[in-house]
Structure formats: C-alpha cells, structure tokens
Design a protein around this ligand. Structure first.
Ligand code: SAM
Length: 276
C-alpha cells in the first residue's frame, strides 16, 4: 500500500455499511489516525481487523500538533488511514487541516467514500435535493443560533444542520421564530433500528417531540424559502392582484394563508411591490 493518507468513511449506525475498500484499507494501513482510539478499536474488532498497528489520536483539540506527527510517519513511508468516530471524516469532524498540509507538501492522499449523515438525511427528507447548503452544527448559544438562522433564511436552497437530541426542541422554537411555516424535516437514528424522518412546520415538530421524547443523533433540514412548485413569480403575481383590490395588511394576510409563507417575508415582498 502506497504511503500517504487514506480518508476512510465508516458506518453511522449499521456496521454492514462499511465498504470493502474501507475494510481493505483499514486492514493494510500501518497507522490509524482516529478521534477516539477506543471507538475505532471497537469498530476494527467488530470487522475482525488485526489491531496490531499504530493508533494515533487526532481530534479537534490536538489536530495542530498531531497532524505533524502523522505527516512525519507518511514521510517515513507509512500508510495512514484517517477515520472519525462515525461517518465521513472532515465533515463536522477533524482532518481538513491535515489534508491541507498534504496538499501543500505534495503528499499523496485519497478518499475511501462511505456513509455521510447529511447526505443520508437529505435523501430521507423529501425536500429539494437539487441545491442544498450544509452549515455544520446549530450553534449552542441563543443569540448565535438566532443569528445563524437569520443569516441563511433567504437563501434559495435546502438548509442542513447537525443537531443533538437534547437541544432539538429549543432549536425548533428558534426555527419557528425565524422560518415561520416553512417545511422542516428532522431525520434521526439514520441506518439504525429506529430510523425516522419527520416533516412538518417547526410548531408541528415541537408537538411531535413533546409527545415523543427526542432520542439519538439527528439532522435538521429546512426547505427553501418557497417550495419548488410555487415559484416566487407566482406569489408575486398573486400578491400584486391582492394589493390591487385590498389593503396591504389584508393582501399579506391572504397570501400568507394561501401559500403558507412566513408573514414577515410576504410583508417585505408587498412593500417592495408597492415601491415599484
Ligand atoms: N462526520 C460525520 C458525518 O458527516 O457523517 C458526522 C459527525 S458529527 C460529529 C455527528 C453528528 O452527525 C450528529 O450530532 C448528528 O447530527 C449527525 N449524525 C451522525 N450519525 C447520525 C445518524 N445515524 N442519524 C442522524 N444523524 C447522525
């Protein structure tokens, strides 16, 4: 096996999702760079892979120092498989600085692709897949969370965030405030026994998770501002017709009710149309 870095994706729940290329690489690599050596050793044992190799921990808090050790090993002729606890390395997981270093130093690297939570969630969501934006974890602090959603709310794309079970309800309250009646999807426990993907408005999902205690790992997705089948042009035309026959307030109310859109969004659009 050629010396270099092999970015190896591992299962996000179902062990059978490991690829044969991933198994071969993990078997043959001299070194395994991983977030938590206990987690990765357990995975390798389940796959019947010999543990007699070097394990190096490389996580968010030590990546800067550890990547230099990894690079040294590659220069000495070693092959290094880089894995995270689950799923695709580098995606809301450490590793990108290591790859940047490889690029700069002309060190060989390649990807051994496999399960990625955000892609699996998008597939399950039934939301538009032609364009999407992944923004990592929803920020933990109240203001940062609100600001993060506000920053992206008008982008015409499906929005994807990683989230945890204990924060989802709090987050959905902010989603309701920022996105109004937009369609939301939450996929959880993907590839596991209790895999589910629920859709609805943020308020509906708050009710769902109040009745069914949120459990497991989850991905939050938000539909584009206006669903694909309802083009902005169509809404503009309908709003213009309403504005011609009624007050701004009534026109906005009618369009919000007809298209299930966010009141503030329709209000801004109505003001823009009036100015024109
Ligand atoms: N790098 C991994 C990937 O992209 O596949 C993700 C690692 S990130 C530290 C962990 C987050 O990914 C979880 O908090 C959750 O949002 C999401 N996730 C991972 N596995 C999942 C699963 N089986 N079902 C739903 N979400 C999952």
């Amino acid at each position: 096996m050629k010396n270099g870095i092999y970015i190896v994706a591992t299962p996000i729940g179902n062990l059978k999702d490991i690829s044969s290329r991933a198994v071969e690489t993990l078997e043959q690599a001299d070194v395994i760079a991983c977030e938590d050596t206990r987690v990765t050793k357990k995975l390798l044992s389940l796959l019947n892979i010999n543990l007699k190799k070097t394990f190096i921990s490389l996580h968010d808090h030590n990546e800067d120092e550890q990547l230099l050790k990894v690079i040294e090993l590659v220069k000495e002729g070693k092959s290094v498989a880089q894995v995270s606890d689950a799923g695709c390395p580098l995606i809301s997981d450490p590793g990108y600085k290591l790859i940047r270093h490889c690029k700069e130093e002309g060190i060989y690297y390649c990807t051994i692709p496999g399960p990625c939570a955000l892609i699996c969630a998008l597939q399950l969501s039934g939301l538009p897949t032609n364009s999407f934006m992944f923004s990592g974890f929803v920020p933990n602090k109240d203001k940062a969370r609100f600001d993060a959603f506000n920053k992206v709310k008008n982008i015409d794309t499906t929005l994807i965030f990683y989230e945890t079970a204990n924060r989802i309800v709090k987050t959905l309250h902010v989603v309701a405030e920022v996105f109004g009646s937009r369609e939301i999807s939450v996929a959880r426990e993907i590839t596991k026994i209790y895999e589910e993907c629920v859709n609805g408005t943020a308020e509906e999902l708050i009710s769902h998770f109040t009745e069914n205690e949120p459990k497991g790992e989850m991905v939050l997705m938000i539909a584009p501002p206006i669903e694909q089948e309802t083009s902005l042009k169509e809404v503009e035309q309908a709003l213009q017709q309403e504005l011609a026959k009624s007050s701004l307030k009534t026109a906005v109310k009618t369009i919000v009710a007809t298209y299930g859109l966010n009141k503030n969004d329709v209000y801004s659009l109505a003001l823009r149309l009036k100015e024109k």
